[in-house]
Design a protein around this ligand. Structure first.
Ligand SMILES: *Cc1c(COP(=O)(O)O)cnc(C)c1O
Length: 405
């Protein structure tokens, strides 16, 4: 896998510029927290986390404490890039019992919503002598996704936990939008109403006020309504607006339904794919009409054919659902996958393509010549989404830095 960190930086700056160029709006411009969970959507955390910081990200988002520790290490001085050592790292899916100490040691910012999570972090903070209000956390508000976050009914009780003695400091509030890709915006509008009520409650509570308010994913950043609503809400309550794109940083725009907001199309075309996934031809063979190919002979040659064996299979993350359906690029042309994709090997039909040799480069995702295969294509064939295509590519596939993607 070839990773263009330059494309990643371009995408970060492009998204930022869409949020800054809104001169006459009140309030502070929206900042971006770069989501680098799941090994940077399969693109390699070690490459992408420092790239996000170089592009200007003050915040990175990971799912777990383990990923947070890895992100901290990826951004530490050992990358050799000065100034990439101190992003804030948000752990978005909660902490497990026993992980409080690691959160504090690695200066991670935990997202919290359950009382026991506060207990865990407080005990760990006191154990190492942290002062009152010295450990920052972000409180997640459930505004309708019902996955995680404090429900409105429990908010007062949780807020009371942030008293003057607590070592914890509520530095941020967040919620997650569950339908930002639905262009009617109905669900998002309802979520914003609940968010505003919750923010009002927090604001009314005594004590220190949170600094950050963050919502939204790539769809919300690209569609453009949410940044404005967030900016307004933040300006009303004196908070700093932050949004959390993932997919778009890797060069893809999510699909919207039922139709795409006008602004998205132009941005989609300016995003640059960060990864190219390649393999090689391992061997070439001729088969005659009637010969069956691969496990269970699901493909039968209809005429004399030339097939190329590729060094890639479902153990690398090539979806088995692409058997007899997907295609690859070789010598700038499309070659259809024939027969079942095996664990480590795949056959493609190269009958019409001249001069195929063992060792030839084969593109699974990316560009070759004038042809192009996007993660969306694999997703459509495999009945899934691009996020899953990216994160399915396994560790066996080496992530290699390239200067130009
Ligand atoms: C993964 C995630 C995101 C990013 O979503 P994309 O659709 O990839 O932009 C944002 N916020 C939270 C809480 C997430 O879990």
């Amino acid at each position: 896998m070839e990773i263009s960190t330059r494309a990643f930086e371009h995408n970060y700056r492009l998204l930022t510029s869409t949020l800054v160029d809104r001169g006459d709006e009140p309030g502070l411009p929206v900042e971006l927290l770069a989501i680098v969970k799941a090994d940077a959507y399969g693109h390699g955390l070690r490459l992408c986390a420092p790239a996000a910081v170089r592009a200007g990200a003050r915040w990175l988002g990971v799912t777990s404490v383990e990923e947070g520790v890895a992100a901290r290490s990826a951004c530490s001085g050992e990358t050799g890039s000065p100034g990439t050592d101190s992003p804030e790292i948000l752990v978005i899916s909660g902490v497990f019992p026993g992980q409080g100490a690691a959160v504090i040691e690695h200066r991670l910012t935990a997202v919290v919503w359950d009382a026991w999570q506060l207990d865990e972090l407080e005990v760990a903070a006191r154990a190492v002598g942290c002062d009152a209000g010295s450990v920052a956390v972000h409180l997640e508000l459930d505004t309708g996704m019902n996955r995680q976050g404090v429900a409105a009914a429990d908010l007062k009780e949780i807020l009371a936990r942030f008293d003057a003695e607590s070592p914890l400091r509520m530095d941020g509030l967040m919620t997650h939008l569950y339908a930002a890709d639905e262009s009617d915006g109905v669900a998002t509008h309802e979520q914003f109403e609940r968010l505003e009520e919750a923010v009002r409650l927090v604001h009314a509570a005594a004590g220190r006020q949170p600094i950050w308010l963050h919502v939204g994913n790539s769809a919300a950043v690209l569609a453009g309504e949410v940044p404005l609503a967030l900016q307004r809400l933040c300006s009303d309550f004196g908070m700093k607006p932050l949004m959390r794109p993932g997919l778009a940083l890797y060069g893809l725009a999510p699909e919207f339904s039922p139709d795409e907001p006008e602004r998205v199309g132009a941005l989609r075309n300016q995003l640059q794919p960060v990864l190219a996934w390649k393999t090689r031809v391992a061997s070439v063979r001729e088969v005659s009409a009637g010969q069956a190919v691969g496990y269970n002979g699901t493909f039968v040659a209809t005429e004399p054919m030339r097939l190329a064996l590729l060094a890639v299979g479902y153990a690398d993350g090539l979806k088995r659902a692409l058997s007899n359906r997907g295609s690859v690029l070789v010598r700038g042309e499309r070659a259809p996958i024939v027969g079942r994709i095996s664990m480590d090997q795949t056959m493609v039909d190269v009958t019409g393509i001249a001069g195929i040799q063992p060792g030839d480069e084969v593109v699974l995702l990316g560009r070759q010549g004038g042809e192009w295969i996007a993660a969306e294509e694999h997703a459509a064939l495999a009945g899934t989404i691009s996020w899953e295509i990216f994160t399915s590519i396994t560790e066996r596939v080496e992530r290699r830095f390239v200067l130009n993607g």
